[in-house]
Design a protein around this ligand. Structure first.
Ligand code: NAD
Length: 357
């Protein structure tokens, strides 16, 4: 198969980690008989320097014409003082909107060889930790009507509204049920239906969708209980689906319990197969250009691209198994280093993973 990938290397460690992911993809292509064509486009600080804006129209056009998008990270101190709309991070929101990516998929998995980096007790993680959070990405409180005003009595007030329409809930629920079918067939829908109207509609719509998936085990869970269960018994979760704000908070909690920022990939998906794949960490300006970055989160993001955009499950498995094997042999970048392990650079880690494939 031939696939065209738009590549946004971005700023800081972005170019270093994306290059390693491309080498891994090339190796997968060689082994399984695929060809991946790359088109480099600008976004973030490097785009501001070159064109004056964080998301040039050309970048959007190339991404829309591609089969998928691989992104490193954007931002850095050089651009921190620019006004909001001109900051590198505005490019991130802009590209998600332009590509109509409404579902954010974030796995949280504990690699057995990194278990010591997990802040939870061994008796809790013994049951395993391998879950995916499906977060609605372009609705809810972050996009609802909001205002700050001073009333006639001089009282200053601010409000944000969390609004959801049935079709927005239905499409994200479907993503979760489909994903569950490819995993352990279990969905937890997270809401606050005991208090919020938007959550009551959420529950009503998700219940309708679940009728189409009788083979998938299903649970409603309140968000406060869910936050607690994530640290009490994370092994009970397979796929969790929730709205934007709850998902933002729960996905950070879930990543924390897996140990390292440098290990966690993510995908943002829309209606079709076009997706945006990126590590959850930022551009790490403190280690940029030093060949110290951990490329694994980006490499695992490339594996997600193969699985979700290109329907190449065995190719994705090959990458994930290679990462496991390299970790099992004790190789570590600085961020996941511990006593008795072998410290490697970003390029060495990439080469080791390529070799295992
Ligand atoms: P960060 O994730 O870049 O870094 C936090 C810490 O983790 C740093 O010490 C860094 O060295 C380390 N780290 C992160 N990724 C690593 C990796 N792959 N390997 C080894 N160590 C790694 O977060 P920050 O410092 O808060 O933000 C830095 C810049 O990144 C800011 O400009 C921020 O706005 C931007 N940012 C971008 C994204 C994105 O592009 N999606 C996400 C978050 C932050």
């Amino acid at each position: 198969m031939v696939k065209n990938i738009a590549v946004i290397k971005g700023d800081g460690i972005g170019p270093e980690i994306v290059t390693q992911a491309q080498l891994v993809l090339d190796k997968v292509g060689e082994k399984f008989g695929h060809k991946f064509n790359y088109t480099d486009v600008l976004m973030g600080g490097c785009a501001i320097d070159a064109t004056g804006v964080p998301l040039p129209q050309e970048t959007v056009d190339v991404c829309l014409k591609s089969d998928s998008v691989l992104l490193g990270a954007v931002g850095g101190p050089k651009w921190d003082t620019l006004p909001g709309k001109l900051r590198p991070e505005a490019g991130l929101l802009g590209i998600r909107g332009a590509l109509k990516l409404f579902a954010n998929i974030r796995p949280a998995k504990l690699f057995p060889s990194l278990a010591s980096a997990c802040p939870l007790k061994e008796e809790i993680t013994n049951a395993g930790l391998d879950l995916v959070i499906v977060r609605e990405l372009i609705g809810g409180a972050y996009f609802g009507k909001r205002d700050t005003y001073v009333d006639e009595n001089g009282i200053k007030t601010a409000y944000d509204t969390m609004a959801y329409s049935d079709f927005e809930i239905e499409r994200i629920a479907r993503v979760a049920f489909e994903m569950a079918r490819k995993r352990r067939s279990k969905v937890h829908s997270v809401d606050k239906a005991n208090v919020l109207d938007s959550s009551r509609l959420w529950r009503e719509v998700v219940h309708k969708v679940k009728e189409e998936y009788p083979d998938v085990e299903y649970y409603d869970i309140l968000v406060d209980n869910c936050a607690m269960q994530l640290v009490r018994n994370p092994g009970q979760f397979d796929v969790m689906v929730t709205e934007n704000l709850f998902g933002d908070i729960l996905s950070d909690e879930a990543s924390m319990i897996t140990g390292s920022l440098g290990m966690i990939p993510s995908a943002s998906l829309g209606e079709g197969t076009l997706g945006l794949y990126e590590p959850i960490h930022g551009s790490a300006p403190d280690i940029a250009g030093q060949n110290k970055a951990n490329p694994i989160a980006t490499i695992l993001s490339a594996a997600m691209m193969l699985r979700y955009s290109f329907d190449m499950a065995k190719e994705a498995d090959a990458i994930e198994n290679a990462v496991n094997a390299v970790l099992d042999e004790g190789f570590r970048t600085g961020d996941i280093m511990s006593d008795g392990k072998k410290l490697v650079s970003c390029t060495e880690m990439g080469a080791l993973i390529v070799e295992k494939i």
